[in-house]
Design a protein. Structure first.
Length: 349
């Protein structure tokens, strides 16, 4: 075995059902960026589609292309970013829903649609204060007026308005929502009729009904990854879908060495900060590097299984590890090397 990430597709299906229940009547968009948060893109999207998920958030064009190739024409695939005219061309060819957060991208997409004799589906992004990208409110009227011209020309269809929020405080998020509502109203005044409004990601979509609108972009919670400092998995009604196991590779007077380390994407800063699961109960992960060490136990033998996260109820979640180093649970998963084998449990439909 050495090291393996085991992904339970039945758990992901159960989490998706919980997401659907929690965010109704909004429609969930399953975010599958970073190789489905490290879980493996193709098995995840295949199972999600079989569970009735219609929208997928791919972030980048390359991922969007892969999802389209796997799922065919029925899926709606939203991409956050098109970084070049070539990516705009690819997005239009693949019939992706394209996030457009500045005038240059809007023109690139329009030119791509003209060249291909097609009509691009676009979602206009307002900057609600996070400054990740998006059009500032003072520039928004001119931006939506230009989008309306291109829609009249028939090269784009404005199907959505969207943005991100910081989820740092209720007051900041409420201020962002007011900006968002103002932007939607201005788009409608310009003659646009966006069918989809989407602002919330996992945490806000569960906690605050007023942020759900028509679509919610749910990533971490669909994989059972709770927010750092937030509600527990039990409180959310989701379960962790992944388990990271490795093997004891050596036993000596100083303790135990294990077969996963910094070269596999495990943060070196975890050393001395967290416990891991062993056949004899929790032991301290003493160091992470080219050689990672765990405090020893009397019966330790080469080949014994050590669980870094997941598994039995008393084991750590990725968020537990992340909180020990001031990070977030999804970072622990997306950092894992793609060379670590992924093994799937449950039905891959």
């Amino acid at each position: 075995m050495s090291t393996v990430l085991t992904v339970d597709l039945d758990v992901i299906a159960s989490n998706l059902a919980r997401v659907r229940e929690a965010v109704a009547p909004a429609e969930p968009m399953l975010v599958v960026k970073n190789n489905a948060y490290g879980h493996g893109l193709v098995p995840v999207v295949r199972r999600a589609a079989s569970e009735g998920v219609r929208w997928f958030g791919a972030f980048d064009v390359r991922t969007g292309h892969a999802v389209r190739a796997e799922l065919g024409d029925d899926a709606r695939i939203f991409v956050w970013m098109t970084a070049s005219r070539a990516e705009a061309d690819q997005s239009v060819r693949d019939r992706l829903d394209i996030g457009v957060g500045d005038t240059a991208v809007l023109e690139d997409v329009a030119q791509a649609a003209r060249a291909l004799g097609s009509r691009a589906r676009i979602h206009l992004k307002i900057d609600t204060g996070l400054h990740r990208n998006g059009v500032r409110l003072e520039e928004w009227p001119e931006f939506v007026a230009r989008a309306a011209q291109l829609a009249d020309e028939g090269v784009v269809e404005v199907v959505g308005v969207w943005s991100h929020i910081a989820e740092a405080s209720d007051d900041e998020d409420d201020a962002a929502r007011r900006v968002f509502d103002e932007a939607v109203s201005a788009a409608e005044t310009a003659g646009l009729a966006p069918e989809y409004r989407h602002l919330a990601a996992s945490a806000a979509s569960f906690a605050r009904p007023e942020f759900r609108y028509d679509l919610v972009r749910v990533g971490a919670f669909a994989y059972g990854i709770r927010s750092a400092g937030g509600s527990t998995e039990d409180e959310l009604g989701v379960r962790l879908a992944a388990r990271l196991d490795t093997e004891v590779t050596g036993v000596d007077a100083r303790g135990v060495t294990i077969g996963v380390g910094a070269l596999d994407g495990l943060p070196s800063t975890l050393g001395g900060r967290v416990d891991v699961g062993t056949p004899s109960g929790p032991r301290t992960l003493e160091s992470v590097g080219d050689e990672s060490r765990v405090s020893g136990w009397a019966s330790a033998s080469v080949g014994d299984v050590v669980t870094l996260f997941g598994g039995a109820e008393n084991e750590k979640s990725p968020t537990d590890l992340a909180e020990a180093i001031g990070s977030v649970g999804e970072e622990i998963l997306v950092r894992l090397s793609p060379l670590i084998p992924r093994r799937y449990e449950g039905v891959e439909r």
